[in-house]
Every structure is written in structure tokens, then in C-alpha cells.
Design a protein around this ligand. Structure first.
Ligand SMILES: Nc1ncnc2c1ncn2[C@@H]1O[C@H](COP(=O)(O)OP(=O)(O)OP(=O)(O)O)[C@@H](O)[C@H]1O
Length: 490
């Protein structure tokens, strides 16, 4: 078969405050080069003359404040728009920047200028809410990128409580990470950056060290009690970190939420409970002080009524560029994230393109080689939280009681034919408390995760199973938890 013809690169000249939006079909990639001027993708600045690669059905926009010239190979869909809400996002960023400066001054005990004496000095702690595909994650990324680009040493924390996305590493997690450098966008998997746990050591430039808990399901309504507990755990852990990290504390917190916090079929009580869990979890010394509602008038009014007396509720417009993502696309992105976790980013270059950077990294540094290990059933203790098919407590018939509670860790026997472990994604938990006296029944729910495994084969007669993991290590004596995610070949 002949090689696909190299397409002649196209050039676009973008006027000030306009953006070039593109979408990629499965199996395609695009190369974009900034020829002249300045441009950014969700706040991440493109380097002039460098070829930036995008793949895995990425949908994004190259935005420019002052105009630029870009050159690119052919994406699947493309258009330019000069109607963007970027000015609103930049204004919000400026307000947050002032909060950071005042907060750092207070934390360090520096003198306060007379005209600022009456102003509050809490760092920005923001809950970002909005309906499905309103652009919450993109707003979160833009605000974090603008903060780190200020050159003030800010390291804002992003908290991802959207288990369908999982933030870093893999879907199913509730996680947080300090953002140390601008977050690139190259693939929809790991939209908030890559975790160092999976990346090769050479990726130190962009690698993040997230703090993650394993919820194990895509949807928040699957086990709301567990979600609530994980969010509170994360909040507690972060508040402890802030006590040791004044710059991080002043940089603030951006919480990216799933759409089920804001709208959709879930009951109002379910939504309100999750929002309340977030607000209470991250309050410690300085309370949550802002709710940002992306493009939803009714939700904005509801939040004003409920929380307006305690915190600032701000509505910002939704970008016309946000793409509506369907269920099958989201599932595919989850698989891209899991495969990326194990194998790194294997991207097919566009015809005629021979080099470039992908998410800020060189291509040959993006490949990983996971290892397949055969272990005994007894080596690894595997649990599932609650029973396999679990309706939330409030959905049970009146008077009906559960035999297994939603929060109960239930041991899973790989020898049982219905274990559901084959091809399952397992989260490997960090070791429990060394002091036996400090242990408790539900400790598993409160342990952070260290990584992920996939069970690729189960040999019941020999009582052995094969697990795929990013690196060769022993699992003897370790504990893992299974959720609902399954490994699929791409
Ligand atoms: N201005 C834009 N131009 C092109 N694509 C965009 C733009 N803004 C966002 N997108 C894309 O639209 C998709 C949805 O955006 P995003 O994930 O930010 O929305 P969300 O509200 O967080 O979604 P969810 O419904 O999963 O909570 C993503 O693929 C994102 O990259």
C-alpha cells in the first residue's frame, strides 16, 4: 500500500481575540505550528516555530489575544470564531490574582497598604459548576494556567471530583494536584495533565503528583455516600498539606465538578449533598469563598439563593466552542486514558510530519512498556465497595434494608466464576497504617491510591492470575479495589 500523501500545510491568520477551533476523528492527528505572534490553548502558550501535535479525538481551540499566524495539517473539523468569552475568563483571573496577593501578604504577616485594610484576604477557593459540556474543565485549566504563567511562583491546586474524567492517571478517581507549570492540551485523556506515577522519569517538566482516592465508577449517583466520603478525605488531606505550604495555600484551589453536581436527572437532594460535601471538605482555615457557574442562569440563581450570603457566586458565559460529548465518546476517552497510563502516548503522525511535541513532550519520551506478571490469588487482597449491583439507599423500597452497606468493603474471590475480575481495572491502595491498633474496618475507604492494575487472565485451577501494571513490582501483601472500569483493546 502506498503512504498517504503529505497534505500541503494550511495557514490561518487569526485576528486579535479570536480562536481557531478544531476537532479530530478517531485515528487521526494534527500538527499545529505557531508561525508568528502569540497564541495559547486553554491558557497554555504555544512555542513559536515548534510543531505541536494533537491526537486521540482531541477537540480544542488555539486562541490569540493580539493576533497570530498558525500553520497546520488538516484536522477533521475546523473553523475560526471571534466570539469567545476569554475576556470574562481573564477578568475572573485578575480578581483571583488579587486575592492570591492579599492572601500571601496575610499568611506571611507582611504590612497591608491602607487602601486594602478592609479587603478580605482569603485565597481563592473556587467550586466550578455548570451543566454538561459547558466547558468547566476548560475554564479550570485556563484559570490554573493563567495563575502559573504570572511568574509569581503560584502553584494552584486543581481538585477533580469528576470520576468520569478522573483528572490525572485514570478514570474513577477523585484527585487533587498542585499545578507547577502550564497544563498542555494534546489529548482529551487526562485533560488536566499527566501524573508522574505513570510517566517516564524524563517527563519531569510536566509530570504531576496527584493525591488520589479510588471511587471506581463513572457516575456520582452510583454510590453517593462513597463519593461524599472521598471528597471529605481529599479535603482533609489537602488542608493538612496547606498548613506546610504557604505559597500553595495562597495560590488557592479550583474544584472541577461533573455535570451531575449542577443539572441532569439526579435528584436535587443528591446534587445539594455533593455540593455541600465539597464546600465543607475544603474549608479549614479559610472557607470556600467562590462558586463559579459556567453558562447556566437557573443554577446561578439557585446558588445565589443557597450560598449567596456566605460566599461569592459568579456567573461566566459558556464558550460557543465547547463540543457536546456523547456517552460513547466519553467511554472511548476513558480507554485512551487507561491505555495511556500503561503504554504512554502512541500517536500516529499526520502524513508528511516527521517530528513535533505532544503535550509539551518529545514523542520518543512518551512511550512506556508495562509489565505482565503472574501472581497467586493469595498475593493480592481484592475488595469491592458495597455489593456489585447497588442502588443508592434512598432508591430502595420503603422498609427494605441492605444486606451489604454501600460503604462496606467486600472481599472478592478471584476463584469465584462470577468475580467480575477478568479485564477489570483495579486500584492499588497505599499500605494501611503500620500500627495495628490504629486500624479500623473501613480503612480501605480512606487510603489513597498508588497506581492501577488490569487483570488480563485468571487461571482458576492453578489459582493464578496475570496482571498488567506500569512497572514490574511485587504485589504480595498489597490491597486493591475493583470498580466498574474494564480494560478494552483499542
Ligand atoms: N473554545 C473551545 N473550542 C473548541 N473546543 C472546546 C472549547 N472549549 C472546550 N472545548 C472542548 O469541548 C469539550 C467539552 O469541554 P469541557 O470538558 O471543558 O466541558 P465540561 O463542562 O467540563 O464537560 P463535562 O460535561 O464532561 O463536565 C472538550 O473536548 C473541550 O476540549
Amino acid at each position: 500500500m502506498s503512504e498517504p500523501q503529505a497534505a500541503v500545510p494550511k495557514t490561518w491568520t487569526l485576528g486579535p481575540e479570536s480562536e481557531y477551533r478544531f476537532e479530530l476523528d478517531p485515528g487521526t492527528s494534527v500538527a499545529i505550528k505557531l508561525v508568528k505572534g502569540q497564541a495559547e490553548i486553554f491558557g497554555f502558550e504555544l512555542v513559536e516555530g515548534m510543531v505541536h501535535l494533537f491526537g486521540f479525538e482531541c477537540k480544542a481551540a488555539v486562541f490569540t489575544w493580539r493576533g497570530c499566524v498558525i500553520e497546520m495539517s488538516e484536522p477533521s473539523t475546523e473553523y475560526v470564531s471571534d466570539e469567545t468569552p476569554m475576556k470574562n475568563y481573564a477578568n475572573l483571573h485578575i480578581a483571583l490574582e488579587q486575592m492570591r496577593v492579599r492572601a500571601l501578604r496575610r499568611i506571611r504577616g507582611s504590612p497591608v497598604p491602607p487602601h486594602e485594610v478592609t479587603k478580605k484576604s482569603d485565597p481563592p477557593r473556587i467550586l466550578i459548576l455548570g451543566p454538561e459540556h459547558s466547558g468547566k474543565t476548560s475554564v479550570c485549566k485556563i484559570l490554573a494556567n493563567y495563575a502559573v504563567r504570572m511568574g509569581q511562583g503560584w502553584t494552584p491546586f486543581i481538585v477533580n471530583v469528576n470520576p468520569s474524567e478522573g483528572g490525572w492517571a485514570a478514570p474513577g478517581t477523585i484527585s487533587a494536584a498542585p499545578i507547577l507549570g502550564p497544563i498542555p492540551t494534546a489529548s482529551p485523556a487526562n485533560p488536566l495533565g499527566n501524573a508522574a506515577t505513570t510517566a517516564p522519569l524524563s517527563l519531569t517538566a510536566n509530570a504531576l503528583f496527584p493525591l488520589a482516592y479510588w471511587y471506581g465508577y463513572s457516575e456520582t449517583k452510583r454510590n453517593p455516600l462513597l463519593m461524599d466520603r472521598m471528597i471529605r478525605n481529599l479535603g482533609e488531606n489537602l488542608n493538612d498539606r496547606f498548613e506546610l505550604d504557604t505559597q500553595g495555600q495562597a495560590s488557592g484551589l479550583l474544584v472541577d465538578t461533573p455535570a451531575s453536581f449542577s443539572t441532569g436527572p439526579a435528584s436535587n437532594t443528591h446534587r445539594q449533598k455533593l455540593i455541600k460535601a465539597c464546600i465543607e471538605a475544603f474549608k479549614s482555615e479559610s472557607i470556600f469563598n467562590m462558586i463559579v457557574v459556567v453558562g447556566h442562569e437557573k443554577l446561578n440563581v439557585e446558588m445565589q439563593r443557597t450560598y449567596g450570603s456566605q460566599l461569592t457566586v459568579v456567573k461566566i458565559p459558556k464558550s460557543g466552542g465547547v463540543v457536546e460529548l456523547d456517552y460513547s465518546y466519553r467511554e472511548k476517552v476513558q480507554q485512551y486514558a487507561l491505555h495511556g497510563y500503561m503504554y504512554g502516548q502512541v500517536i500516529k503522525l499526520p502524513p508528511g510530519v516527521t517530528k513535533g511535541i505532544f503535550g509539551g513532550e518529545k514523542l520518543d519520551e512518551l512511550l512506556l512498556s508495562p509489565s505482565s506478571t503472574v501472581i497467586n490469588f493469595e498475593d493480592l487482597q481484592i475488595f469491592r465497595i458495597g455489593s456489585e449491583s447497588m442502588a443508592p439507599s434512598d432508591a430502595l423500597p420503603v422498609g427494605a434494608a441492605r444486606t451489604v452497606s454501600e460503604m462496606q468493603p467486600v472481599a472478592v474471590d478471584p476463584a469465584s466464576p462470577g468475580s467480575g475480575l477478568l479485564n477489570a481495572v483495579l486500584a492499588l491502595l497505599s499500605p494501611p497504617n503500620e500500627d495495628e491498633n490504629e486500624r479500623y474496618d473501613e480503612e480501605i475507604l480512606d487510603l489513597t491510591i498508588e497506581g492501577f492494575l488490569v487483570v488480563t487472565n485468571i487461571d482458576i485451577p492453578k489459582r493464578k492470575m496475570t496482571v498488567l501494571a506500569p512497572n514490574r513490582s511485587t504485589f504480595t501483601g498489597r490491597t486493591a479495589v475493583v470498580g466498574s472500569f474494564e480494560w478494552q483493546e483499542l
